[in-house]
Design a protein around this ligand. Sequence first.
Ligand SMILES: Cc1cc2nc3c(=O)[nH]c(=O)nc-3n(C[C@H](O)[C@H](O)[C@H](O)COP(=O)(O)OP(=O)(O)OC[C@H]3O[C@@H](n4cnc5c(N)ncnc54)[C@H](O)[C@@H]3O)c2cc1C
Length: 421
Amino acid sequence: PPEGARSGLGRPGAAASASVQLHPCQEAMVRCHGSQCGFCTPGFVMSLFGMYQNTNGGQGVTREQAQVDLSGNLCRCTGYRPILDAAQQMGSLPLPAGCAVDEAATVAALKALKPGTTADGVYLKPRSLRALLQARANRPGAQLVAGCTDVGLWITKQHRRFDRIIDVTGTQELRRIEGYPHHIAIGAAVSLSEAFESLVAERPQLKTFGQRFAGLPVRNSGTLGGNVANGSPIGDSMPLLIALGASVVLMRWKKTKAGGQMAHRELRLEDLYTGYRSNVMRPDEVLAWIKVPRPTPGEFTRVYKISKRFDDDISAVCLALNLHIDHGVVCGASIGTGGVAATPARARQTEAALVGQPWNEDTVMNAMDTLRQEFQPISDMRASAAYRQTVLGNLLRRFWLESQGHQAINLESLKTLEALS
Ligand SMILES: Cc1cc2nc3c(=O)[nH]c(=O)nc-3n(C[C@H](O)[C@H](O)[C@H](O)COP(=O)(O)OP(=O)(O)OC[C@H]3O[C@@H](n4cnc5c(N)ncnc54)[C@H](O)[C@@H]3O)c2cc1C
């Protein structure tokens, strides 16, 4: 806000002076005392502004919605209650003249922006899969980028420079989600928000997990393909995708006498990784699709993310389980883990300890031991090795209890109170 805006700050119940022209989301923050040291305030205001635009001027914003949409913003002094109040109050405040946003014009202006050039002038954003694969074949050393929520940090934190960049987010085919009788195919450049929406549509129990992946802005710009290709051992989507039996389709441009053609190979997701942040992808290959089997009768699926903070934090341990139980016997088991090995990994020994066994407490206790012994996690700032091993087994026990209808008291089941009027 312009000079003078601070006059409204800190006065209980006082609106900022009329000349200041605060936007309703700023005004609500002032009225609700949503700012203290101010460090996080611009970020919160921008997220509130996003909500304001997406909810027809802040209409009908629930506490739950506000909490989800603001989960990518962290405050360490004022506290979240007044900020959530602001989210719910902004819709009742008038929009001063000049504060309205012409969204269509803004989007058009953004689309008209010409990409800047890199050091040697190579920044490519192919529009078709064919053009993408050809660009990749011609420049195998170029840095592929999608939403840049990982790559961006290599630049800002590690000061890396890339002379040649190929951006996959303009490739129309890779932005699609396609449904087939037995699986859905998620294009690698589909945003995490849309990808999780499609997974939750088939398995509603995954909703909370999807909402705990980063925060809304990162989920809107980051892609599922970027998460999978990046292959971080603490990445969240891979344990889940492994448990669901997902496969990946890698594509490249194969030169032929006639010029060339698109070629592909498909492998199980867990077979993509060869070691810490390394994979089997050839320099001329691109991750094109992630194929996820649809649910089948008798499957029981859960995914657990353990992190120091509930929202917007990286997993210390992630465990995803997908069991098929028929007449009380485990007839299929698929288990994905994160945070316990150098790569996202499948818990094959634990699966073997479960399949063919009666689904009862003895089987579970035995499988818990196997699961704890199957991995040798490291200690780091997120958790000690011992903690990771212990919690891994405990999560299997939780899965067992939930399969028996127990609903533990956990953070997922706690709801924030609506504002007191
Ligand atoms: C604040 C914040 C919070 C985060 N929270 C989480 C979290 O909770 N859980 C989690 O798992 N991650 C988290 N991340 C990491 C990141 O958001 C994800 O890994 C995201 O999915 C990366 O996708 P992207 O499109 O931004 O990839 P980019 O950063 O663009 O690329 C990542 C890597 O994938 C490669 N790549 C991208 N697309 C392709 C393709 N089609 N073919 C081949 N290679 C490709 C790139 O070359 C690069 O090596 C967080 C990041 C931030 C900044």
